[in-house]
Ligand binder design. Structure first.
Ligand SMILES: [Zn+2]
Length: 256
């Protein structure tokens, strides 16, 4: 069920997890553990998948976003969390209310897990445990270049964070993320460290290296938990499985 899991009782009250594909009830390439694609997967399956993850983590409440590859950050206060309701993470198919269109969440509220969904894009989790501030961001090629990580760190600092730890989760690696040569030039000009070559010798991008460099420049501590999604059959990958790929979850929460 978890590619990486650090329970909150390990000392600082912040728990985090990156899910894999095991332990859910979705079918085919979506599954078994799909935490996204409520638009096309069976909603009852996704609901059950979240319930199982919540039971395993000791988390009762999730919040998420309609991710649009932009730089916008949603700051979650207690009123927003209450207004979103207990099934917000299942989206409009369950609640009738569209998810907010943004790519990062930050909060100082305990008890609710922030959830970013990915299948090759880079998920990044953030925490300043001493100050009780956490965040999660969806950083694919477009969002990373648009500054989503910079904006997320700014929002965390606005909430009082100072010593920020960042965890990079599973994503398509620089050996596999093939792009046209012109795209590599354009992106690498904006994102130092992104320039890469596939294992078969064609132009590529290394999002993990670019994100690590950006986060270190922003004075964050960086821990990499980022095995390649495309070559790991136990992880969801859009490049490998196409339109029917499920989504893994990057989750962070703090206890009350
Ligand atoms: Zn790879």
């Amino acid at each position: 069920m978890f590619f990486f899991h650090r329970p909150p009782d390990s000392g600082d009250g912040v728990g985090l997890a990156f899910t894999d594909r095991a332990g859910g009830v979705s079918e085919g390439a979506f599954g078994p553990l799909n935490l996204g694609r409520t638009d096309v997967d069976d909603l009852a399956h996704v609901r059950e998948n979240f319930a199982r993850v919540g039971a395993a983590l000791g988390v009762e409440r999730f919040v998420t976003l309609a991710q649009v590859h932009g730089p916008d950050v949603v700051v979650l206060d207690a009123e927003t969390i209450a207004a979103w309701g207990p099934e917000q993470h299942l989206g409009s198919e369950a609640t009738g209310v569209p998810l907010r269109r943004a790519d990062a969440l930050v909060t100082d509220q305990p008890g609710t897990a922030l959830c970013i969904r990915v299948a090759d894009c880079l998920p990044v989790l953030f925490a300043d445990p001493a100050r009780g501030v956490i965040g999660a961001a969806h950083a694919g090629r477009v969002g990373l270049a648009a500054g989503v990580l910079t904006r997320t760190v700014e929002a965390l600092r606005d909430l009082g964070a100072r010593d920020i730890e960042a965890w990079l989760g599973p994503h398509i690696c620089g050996d596999c993320y093939e792009v046209p040569a012109e795209m590599r030039e354009e992106v690498a000009a904006q994102l130092p460290g992104a320039y890469a070559e596939t294992s078969w010798g064609t132009p590529a991008l290394d999002l993990g290296a670019a994100a690590e460099r950006q986060l270190r420049d922003l004075d964050c501590t960086v821990e990499r938990r980022d095995r390649c999604t495309r070559t790991s059959l136990d992880l969801h990958s859009h490049r490998r499985d196409g339109a029917t790929a499920g989504r893994l979850g990057a989750l962070i929460w703090r206890t009350a």
